[in-house]
Design a protein around this ligand. Structure first.
Ligand code: C2E
Ligand code: MG
Ligand code: MG
Ligand code: MG
Length: 290
């Protein structure tokens, strides 16, 4: 017996149908049981203030500890989760777990850290999302100002009053919004103008080619300048080298995230990483200028 699942979904005003092949279907059913079997966990990647070297917060990223496959990257399963709608319960788990974790940080080094959570377009539009976020904040005791919701450009749909309203309500609660992977999706500059966002994340695909790739340099320069003039805080993501960091810092990026500083890590490793930084607070820059 070959079993397939046809998924009908609505995107950019058009109804699409996609047949999920048997392999994906099996994968989807495993994915569905992963929450109940507690196979998901979060890792956290520090986001650092470029100028002061202070830590602003962390981005929470999901990992799947699969019984046979080992740790599965979200790149491999977020797509299927979105197609099947599983992203809604999965995203709910992520939000709750991330807020719970951040609220549990009571030591001085972490008490003000923000936590950024990736929210998929479907999740943003799911009924009761705002009420759900509000409940999670209440139950975990995390103050709204410490939560950043990261949305990719695909979350912003033209003439989508429900999505826009949801973002506004989140903002009114005090939650911060970040536009993730900027410049790679169906970018529309009107979104940048209209969305009440706080952070703009320059995608790694640009950062990877800095410095030296003239066209990526030009696009990055333009994104940073535009973002700054619209009062976004600019976050550079995927920074792996000193040369990339120097270039982005000189452009005036506010925050930085990347393997050069820290890889995403489980909560206990994050604690150790922060303690290690506190033990050696003198930045190299300061040591030389002193
Ligand atoms: P993203 O939100 O843009 O997250 C940043 C990704 O870049 C993460 O990959 C992170 O590990 C990776 N990264 C950060 N710095 C560097 C670097 O210096 N070099 C390289 N090569 N990579 C770097 P990750 O954790 O594999 O996540 C991939 C994507 O999966 C995320 O991209 C996000 O779109 C999605 N994702 C992850 N967790 C969640 C989640 O809980 N919910 C939803 N809806 N999506 C998620
Ligand atoms: Mg993100
Ligand atoms: Mg990103
Ligand atoms: Mg990215």
């Amino acid at each position: 017996i070959v079993c397939t699942l046809t998924i009908t979904y609505y995107r950019k005003g058009v109804v699409h149908e996609q047949v999920l092949p048997p392999a994906d279907l099996a994968f989807a059913s495993e994915l569905e049981s992963a929450i109940a079997h507690q196979q998901f966990y979060l890792v956290f990647q520090p986001q650092i203030n470029f100028q002061s070297g202070e830590m602003m917060g962390v981005e929470a990223l999901i990992r799947w500890q699969h019984p046979q496959l080992g740790v599965v990257s979200p790149v491999k399963f977020i797509g299927v989760a979105e197609l099947t709608g599983l992203i809604v319960p999965m995203g709910a788990w992520v939000l709750r777990a991330a807020c719970m974790q951040a609220a549990s940080w009571t030591d001085p080094g972490r008490v003000n850290l923000k936590v950024s959570v990736n929210v998929s377009p479907l999740q943003l539009r799911s009924p009761g999302f705002v009420a759900f976020v509000s409940t999670v904040l209440q139950e975990t005791g995390l103050s709204a100002e410490r939560l950043v919701i990261e949305l990719t450009e695909s979350a912003f749909v033209h003439n989508d009053s429900h999505g826009a309203e949801t973002m506004l309500k989140l903002k009114q609660m005090g939650i911060k919004l970040a536009i993730d992977d900027f410049g790679t999706g169906y970018s529309c500059l009107a979104y940048l103008r209209d969305i009440p966002g706080d952070y703009l994340k320059v995608d790694r695909s640009f950062v990877r080619e800095l410095p030296g790739q003239e066209r990526s340099e030009a696009v990055t320069r333009a994104i940073v300048a535009l973002g700054k003039s619209l009062h976004y805080q600019i976050v550079a993501e995927g920074v792996e080298t000193e040369a990339q960091a120097d270039f982005l810092k000189a452009l005036g990026c506010d925050l930085v995230q990347g393997f050069l500083y820290a890889k995403p890590m489980p909560a206990d490793a994050l604690q150790a990483w922060i303690s290690g930084r506190e033990a050696t607070p003198v930045l190299i820059d300061q040591a030389f200028s002193a």
